[in-house]
Design a protein around this ligand. Sequence first.
Ligand code: PLP
Length: 400
Amino acid sequence: MEQQILRKQFLRHVAQTSPSPLMIEVAKAEGCFFYTPEGKRYYDLVAGVSVNNVGHANPKVIEAVQKQAAEYMHIMVYGEMVEKPQVTYARRITELLPDPLDCVYFLNSGSEAVEGALKLAKRHTGRHEMIGMRRAYHGSTQGSMSMMGNPEGCTWKNAFMPLLPGIKSITFNRWEDLEEITEHTACVLVEPVQGEAGVRLPEKGYLQALRQRCDETGAMLIFDEIQTCMGRTGEMFALQKYGVIPDIVCVAKAFGGGMPLGAFIASHAVMQDLSDQPSLGHITTFGGHPVCCAAGLAALDYLTENKVVESVETKGALYEQLLQGHPQVKEIRRSGLLMAVELGDSGKMYRMMELFKEAGILSDWFLFCDTAFRISPPLIITETEIRESSRLIWECLERL
Ligand code: PLP
């Protein structure tokens, strides 16, 4: 009874993003699982959309959050006070990145990271034309949404027109489109692995060619690593995996270790453009909240101390090996533990979501690809858990 009231209140008082929310009540979460109040266990194969890389209720993260919350939380707007968790995290994360990416602007989310990066590119180049990729998702604020897909074919974007002017779309991996990048282009925004397009990997040399074209034209290259950062693809950052250094990299999701945290990272020299003429041209109240930075830092420590990232490729390959033989599976696209299992049919995919729910699995589809389901579990998933969850997925596939 109490639960029914809660569900009713959820639908009535909590703003909804779609007419069909999952409606699973969560009582607790641990490792790769979450549980309902009745004790039903779910395999979390979404990880909050590539957020919970170190697993739910990670003790290191809990300890860091509790400690920092007890010491101090919000004091003053971002950029004014010297807060140790923020400084330490900025230093640690930039030590992991190649030169010249050595300066972090902290925000609260992925969308905000993209917004900041776009503004920085405009300020730095003095240009305003910006190029995004078709079937790219960068967030739901108006700037980040402007960079999504192409206007003709994008339901989400069309519903909110007019958005930012001067945006062009090109197609990921279509090499001839690189000619669209010119001396008028302020920046090109790209996910090194397109997530919501249904896990699309860059063709060999494509990101290098993109880098080269940006260098020729003076356009800034921005990587959206919001879904790929913190080990998801088998390297701490996908830019390391694909060997290309952008001018700006956007991070969020797993960057906060389960807490809301985003950032864009560039060279100190480039970043200076946001701090003067005008000063305060980009500001945030909560960006880089000390508790979120402490959580992100603890998650990073956990990843490195336990060599979690080193195990990601093997784990992804095991999933692939266990699932690829099923006749319903048409293709598996994968970078580390970011995986799309292609069924080739949206009806089948939606049916799988129902079967998954019954079987105690949380999966999801992709914004621009509803014929495939997602496997992106916490990176700490064990071999036994991979085998068991694959068996459950296999049983669902059998019932299709
Ligand atoms: N960029 C990518 C690649 C994403 O996957 C997302 C969220 O799914 C975002 C940006 C937006 O992040 P947020 O929801 O934190 O604003």
